[in-house]
Write a protein that binds this ligand. Structure first.
Ligand code: HEM
Length: 415
């Protein structure tokens, strides 16, 4: 398979091979013109410095022209723009309007709100652990990693637990549309259907809450103005979908990827068991290591030279995050999983004005969930080989079957 065929193929990111390709590209062709199935082509960007430069300059590299979902065939390009609500969803709005919309969504994710809510988050996570068997086999992804961020974001958005299963299915279609088991029609149709179902759901909740004095983000958006005008129902619904998907589709991958890395590196597990306060720092390494976001797109608004190549106005750029987060120019021993890594200059949560709004919340969830896991279990064993999802957008483990052994004494822990 050629380099470009690999980059265009979501199934390639379910293999272990993608880091090897990225290493080669960072050295040999860090800004690489890539042929794509739609015939338009795009620039593949591999170096940390170039990703940071692009993420910090939304005037030159727009999120709004064509959205941020890497859409590499004509059908997906057409569908992704509409499905994601490009120009309405905060992720796909350029400044200056972007800052106004972000402010409306921000309040539950600010440091004071997160600190006030930490006890509640801990209770939600503890409640999910309570439902697990004390001993025996579970799928750490489906039974734990998926349910934790789902519970937390649904609590913030005030969405009932009996809606979770359906929402998860729609999320899988929207994000993991490329995996055969989630597919309904073509990959693009699957993505479109997933987003549409989430959009309709979000719109219904908006209609129920309009005019009500609630303080969850959906109600606040329903009553908010941006640039002197009320947010339209479509804007509210698209931003609701953004919070749901960002809330439950990424954190699960950083958590399950972090657990897998600890199981494969027992000394790192020991370091956390010796002093669980180290989990604050370790949460950064879980995000760097686990590649929860594989790629995002930008479109150049003017000609620009990047690592010696001239990008033309209108060209698409695909930013490969796992490559930036293993860049040897930035990270010592980039292929060592090191829970004590400091400084850890990963850009797994983005950079610049679109820096992840929920990043601090995600790190709290990961830290609290790891604390519970280490506290409750005396042993965790992987039972069968793990599998990654087939996606070049949001990546992570599909399943992580493990055998749990509950701790026998007050002293014993998972290490
Ligand atoms: C480990 C978990 C997470 C990862 C790896 C992650 C990653 C990212 C990245 C890379 C971006 C930047 C997008 C861009 O530049 O185009 C982003 C933006 C965003 N994330 Fe997260 N995210 C995570 C968790 C969350 C959570 C829990 C929420 C909460 C609901 C959230 C909400 C958002 C929102 C709203 C944006 C858009 C911000 C803006 O455009 O101003 N994320 N995220």
């Amino acid at each position: 398979m050629s380099i470009d065929d690999k980059l265009n193929n979501p199934a390639f990111f379910a293999t272990d091979e993608y880091h090897g390709l990225f290493d080669k590209m960072r050295t040999e062709d860090p800004v690489h013109w890539t042929q794509s199935p739609d015939g338009r082509g795009y620039w593949s960007i591999f170096r940390h410095a170039d990703l940071k430069r692009i993420l910090n300059d939304p005037e030159t590299f727009s999120s709004e022209r064509e959205g941020v979902m890497p859409a590499l065939d004509a059908e997906m390009s057409e569908i992704a723009k509409e499905a994601m609500g490009v120009g309405e969803n905060v992720l796909t709005i350029d400044p200056p309007r972007h800052g106004d919309v972000r402010k409306v969504l921000a309040s539950p994710f600010l440091p004071k709100a997160l600190a006030d809510g930490e006890q509640r988050t801990k209770e939600l996570i503890s409640g999910i652990f309570d439902q697990l068997p004390a001993h025996g086999e579970i799928d750490l992804v489906a039974d734990l990693a998926v349910r934790i961020p789902m519970a937390v974001i649904c609590d913030i958005l005030q969405l009932p637990e009996d809606h979770w299963e359906e929402m998860l299915g729609w999320g899988k279609m929207a994000i993991g549309g490329s995996g055969p088991e989630y597919q309904q029609g073509s990959a693009a149709q699957t993505v479109s259907t997933g987003y549409k179902l989430l959009f309709d759901y979000s719109l219904e909740r908006h209609n129920e809450r309009k005019g009500c004095p609630f303080s969850d983000p959906l109600s606040m958006m329903s009553n908010a103005t941006v640039g002197g005008k009320p947010m339209t129902p479509s804007e509210v619904a698209h931003n609701g979908v953004q919070l749901m998907l960002a809330g439950f589709e990424t954190t699960r991958n950083a958590f399950s990827g972090g657990v897998l890395a600890l199981l494969q590196n027992p000394r790192q597990m020991e370091l956390l068991c010796e002093d669980p306060k180290r989990l604050r720092l370790a949460a950064e390494e879980f995000v760097r290591w686990s590649d929860p976001v594989i790629s995002l797109m930008r479109v150049a608004t003017q000609d620009w030279v990047l690592s010696g190549k001239t990008v033309r106005a209108g060209d698409r750029l695909i930013l490969w995050f796992p490559s930036a987060n293993r860049d040897e120019e930035v990270f010592d021993r980039p292929y060592e999983f090191d829970v004590m890594r400091h400084p850890n200059l990963h850009i797994g949560l983005g950079a610049g004005p679109h820096f992840c709004l929920g990043g601090p919340l995600a790190k709290i969830e990961i830290r609290l969930a790891m604390e519970e896991l280490l506290e409750r279990y005396d042993g965790i064993e992987i039972t069968v080989p793990v599998e990654r999802v087939q996606s070049s957008f949001v990546g992570g483990l599909k399943h992580l079957p493990v055998k749990l052994v509950a701790r026998a004494t007050d002293q014993a822990r998972a290490c």
